[in-house]
Ligand binder design. Structure first.
Ligand code: HEC
Length: 287
């Protein structure tokens, strides 16, 4: 796998770096040690990667982008095999994922726009397309069937702590966790959390839910309360608010893999419990 990636890099950079790598392979052969081989290849690959990407972006522009994207897809596809519920359909990107994979790295390039819709998007600016995709994500959000947006914060805390689910070792249909602590600080007492996302500590309190009365009013208002609407929306489909966010879409599925096993990560009931974890003044989040 690593050798394959190296080979494709070498093919890509047909300049002085090529000689450098060949020289590197020569030294490697002389050393005859797997440990040295690996570390040497890693050391060599680092400057090679950096210099290639900088050079190609400035010289060959967007034609290089699509070539690189294709190569990345094939390397990624080679690295996975279908097992259990983790099918290869997970590698298929929907319009949003495709857009975010390409536009993030190459701002200003038109190649991703064309790849999405060659007929009509030629004249679309990146900004228009971003908004169009964001609205598509917004339309995917379903409101709770019983009109009730809130659940139990104690169950919510367990879901936020639980990072299991959706892997090939998990039985089909088993209950998934939300893994929220992986990226967010939530309750004060849990000191093991990631910082990819903003702190959600005192999420409800900082947004005006300072008493049980205020909370119960919001319970009654439901969808007509902007904070309830927003929080529900972010949990159901974070990409409706920030198109290329790294936060998973918990309540909807990617339209690219409409496989029957591809159910949303969390159920509506679980999302209601998380809503209470964030908003209920009795929740440890609002301590
Ligand atoms: C892989 C990382 C990741 C995971 C896992 C994750 N989030 Fe997020 N979340 C983020 C990021 C990053 C943001 C910032 C918003 C953005 O990117 O636009 C965010 C934003 C939010 C917001 C909006 C905050 C605001 O001030 O508007 C809420 C609410 C939220 N997350 C709740 C959750 C909950 C609940 C879970 C678990 C079910 C969760 N997140 C799991 C990364 C994550």
């Amino acid at each position: 796998m690593f050798k394959l990636a190296m080979n494709s890099l070498v093919r890509k950079c047909q300049f002085s770096k090529f000689a450098q790598v060949n020289k590197g392979y020569g030294v490697v052969r002389a050393i005859h040690s797997k440990k040295y081989l690996l570390s040497l290849l890693l050391v060599l690959a680092q400057p090679l990667l950096t210099s290639c990407s900088l050079f190609d972006q400035s010289v060959s522009g967007s034609s290089f982008d699509s070539h690189l994207i294709e190569q990345t897809h094939s390397v990624v596809a080679l690295s996975f095999e279908a097992k259990g519920q983790a099918g290869l359909d997970r590698l298929k990107q929907d319009r949003t994922q495709e857009f975010c994979s390409t536009q993030r790295g190459f701002k200003g390039s038109t190649s991703a726009t064309n790849a999405l819709d060659p007929q009509s998007s030629q004249n679309n600016s990146i900004g228009q397309l971003t908004e169009q995709l964001r609205l598509e994500n917004l339309a995917m959000i379903q409101q709770p069937t019983d009109g009730n947006y809130l659940g139990d914060f104690k169950r919510g805390e367990l879901i936020a702590q639980d990072g299991r689910g959706k892997t090939w070792t998990d039985p089909q249909g088993s209950v998934n966790g939300g893994n929220c602590y992986n990226c967010h600080r939530l309750s004060k007492n849990e000191i093991s959390y990631g910082s990819l996302g903003p702190s959600l500590y005192q999420y409800g309190k900082l947004r005006g839910i300072t008493s049980l009365d205020v909370y119960l009013t919001k319970v009654k208002e439901g969808a007509s309360d902007p904070l309830i609407q927003y929080t529900w929306g972010v949990l159901m489909n974070s990409k409706a608010y920030d198109l290329c966010t790294v936060m998973p879409r918990f309540g909807v599925t990617s339209s690219a893999s409409a496989h029957e096993q591809n159910s949303p990560i969390l159920t509506q009931e679980q999302i209601k419990d998380l809503m209470s974890l964030l908003l209920d003044p009795r929740s440890p989040v609002n301590d």
